[in-house]
Design a protein around this ligand. Structure first.
Ligand SMILES: [Cu+2]
Length: 167
């Protein structure tokens, strides 16, 4: 078999495998909710496994925050990125403002402070925290998700993502 034919066969095999992976039933596309309205946001190695997510407005969704690192990641959700002393420090609060999300376990919720107004949940190393919420249509748009621990080091390392709320 010549080299060109061999490469062609390998390419066809790779495409076949990719097609099977993409079409696998029951698995949501990366960054999308599954049939039960769950969206997994996975943290590993100070990065998000997928760093861009889409959820629909006007229906209940469960944001399932999975931390595969050994360290805690307090995850903040919000609007504009707030920079303090040149470091990413917070998001403004418009995303969850006026909403009543349910956090499981409830103890993971971090109450806002003057320094941290964005909606924040503490996801300890190895833990999973679930946030049940329904975003109203006035939240349709693009929002930020990030961990600002270590004076912005976790954020700069890669724990920065984008949440799209769509019609
Ligand atoms: Cu972190």
């Amino acid at each position: 078999m010549n080299r060109t034919r061999w490469l062609g066969l390998m390419l066809a095999a790779a495409l076949g495998i990719a097609a099977v992976v993409i079409a696998w039933p029951g698995e949501p596309a990366p960054g999308q909710i599954d049939d039960d309205g769950r969206l997994e946001i996975v943290m590993e190695g100070y990065e998000f496994e997928v760093d861009e997510w889409t959820v629909p407005a006007g229906q209940p969704v469960s944001l399932v925050l999975v931390n595969r690192d050994e360290v805690s990641h307090p995850l903040t959700f919000g609007g504009e990125l707030v920079i303090i002393d040149g470091r990413p420090a917070d998001y403004t609060n418009e995303l969850f403002d006026g909403l009543s999300p349910s956090v499981r376990p409830a103890s993971a919720r971090i109450e806002p402070t003057e320094e941290r107004e964005g909606f924040t949940v503490q996801v300890r190393g190895g833990d999973t925290v679930t946030v049940d919420v329904e975003f109203p249509e006035d939240r349709i748009g693009t929002w930020g998700v990030g961990c600002f621990l270590g004076r912005g080091c976790h954020f700069n390392a890669g724990l920065e993502g984008t949440l799209h709320i769509v019609d």
